[in-house]
Design a binder for this molecule. Structure first.
Ligand SMILES: Nc1nc2c(c(=O)[nH]1)N[C@H]1C(S)=C(S)[C@@H](COP(=O)(O)OP(=O)(O)OC[C@H]3O[C@@H](n4cnc5c(N)ncnc54)[C@H](O)[C@@H]3O)O[C@H]1N2
Ligand code: MOO
Length: 391
């Protein structure tokens, strides 16, 4: 058995970043910027008013002026095009260009306007209420790739006048549940049947990570059935099978995948849950065989598949970010596999669930962290610092 870190390195070696495409900004949320974007204009492109009021020359104020003659108006989209001299003012509105010669806005609350004149009334005139040209960003400002685009980034790209950013193509993931006992959610199961939950949980996880997940028909525990479903994966970047990787008589995924061209890079990891994980190249695409136990499949998804999706998207290839927190109670010693335990972080302390069987989805659903017990870790008293991955 290899370590989790070695298995992750093998998995990350299965693919490089995928090619990129230009897409409409409207659909770019969550996508990964593949090419650095450079602003080709200043924002704002002109010095602008930050408040509604009157644009004047600051030197008038410094010289003690109290009144100004209002000679026109500058509104957003409708600039005042003549120069403004000493003793003159224009009406101005927020976002409008400051007319030539002006550099200060008297806010309207601080003046009395009458008969084409404004007069200062009491009130602070401390701020210039002026936004300089290029105050937000200037021509040449960059949003650097790679970067997962947030709503805030999309607002910035729009302001930079970039309508179609270049982003990495979404990895196509084919999800194959395997097992004679499985039926789809919504079917009417017999008492001896199990709902195929893993494909749905994994599809949700991988879509959130940026993949395009496709749930294929359930493959039955026969080589012919597995081959039929494998044949549907030709356009996938990653084939994920679920179940059938252990040592039972009906665990046929490794054999079916080998017949389909799998060059296995490893089988079995010193990890709990997730021991019978396997991976390799299968006819030019990445293949990962996840264990069937529902929590094993989901935990392997978090630890191995999400980092591979991130690498395919052009993001740095790395393990899931870990944090540390004190244990809220004593924890028994760990065995020969690194144990990823469902836990809940409450008020900064880790409460590790007492039941850790890898079939218990209800416990996973209630957890918000995976606490990590190293191989052969001794019993840990309450308060010991423990590494965890937030879920
Ligand atoms: N003699 C040994 N037996 C087992 C070993 C071992 O080392 N020696 N390893 C155990 C470990 S650890 C795991 S994990 C499981 C993994 O087995 P498989 O990957 O072959 O999974 P299956 O046998 O197909 O299914 C296990 C369990 O999960 C349910 N399942 C399967 N697929 C789904 C799905 N898509 N959605 C929901 N539930 C699913 C299935 O019904 C079984 O209950 O092997 C141990 N055995
Ligand atoms: O490793 Mo298995 O994944 O214990 O359930």
């Amino acid at each position: 058995m290899i370590s989790v870190r070695e298995a992750l390195d093998h998995i990350l070696a299965l693919s490089d970043a995928l090619p990129s495409e230009d897409i409409a900004l409207q659909y770019a949320q969550g996508r990964v910027l593949a090419q650095t974007v450079t602003a080709n204009r200043d924002q704002p492109p002109f010095a602008a008013a930050a408040m509604d009021g009157y644009a004047i020359r600051a030197t008038d104020l410094a010289a003690g002026a109290q009144t100004w003659q209002v000679i026109g108006e500058s509104a957003a989209g409708h600039p005042f095009s003549s120069p403004v001299a000493a003793g003159q003012a224009t009406r101005i509105f927020t976002g409008a260009p400051l007319p030539q010669g002006t550099d200060h806005v008297l806010i309207q609350e601080n003046v009395c306007a009458k008969d084409g004149q404004i007069t200062l009334i009491d009130g602070p005139n401390d701020g210039a209420h002026r936004r300089p040209a290029g105050g937000d960003f200037t021509k040449g400002h960059q949003l650097r790739a790679p970067r997962r685009l947030s709503a805030q980034d999309i607002a910035l790209l729009a302001a930079m006048n970039v309508p179609r950013p270049n982003v990495t193509r979404r990895p196509k993931v084919a999800l194959i549940a395997t097992g004679d006992e499985l039926v789809q959610p919504g079917d009417a199961p017999r008492d001896d049947q199990i709902i195929a939950s893993n494909s749905y949980g994994l599809a949700a996880m991988l879509q959130k990570a940026g993949a395009e997940a496709r749930i294929l028909p359930i493959a039955r525990d026969r080589l012919g059935s597995l081959a039929e479903v494998f044949a549907l994966t030709r356009d996938a970047d990653l084939v994920l099978t679920i179940g059938g990787v252990s040592v039972g008589d009906y665990d046929l995924v490794a054999q079916a995948a080998a017949e389909f061209g799998l060059e296995q890079s490893f089988y079995k990891v010193a990890m709990r849950p997730g021991k019978p994980l396997m991976a390799g190249h299968m006819g030019g695409r990445a293949m990962i065989g996840l264990p069937g136990n529902p929590v094993s499949a989901m935990v392997c998804g978090e630890i191995f598949v999400v980092p591979l999706i991130e690498k395919m998207l052009g993001l740095p290839a790395r393990q899931r970010a870990q944090q540390t927190a004190p244990l809220a109670h004593d924890l028994p010693a760990n065995g020969a596999r690194e144990h990823y335990m469902r836990a809940t972080l409450i008020d900064g302390a880790l409460h590790v669930a007492t039941r850790q069987d890898s079939s218990l989805l209800s416990i996973l659903s209630g957890a918000n962290a995976l606490a990590i017990a190293p191989i052969q870790a001794p019993a840990m008293p309450k308060g010991s610092e423990m590494r965890y991955i937030p879920l």
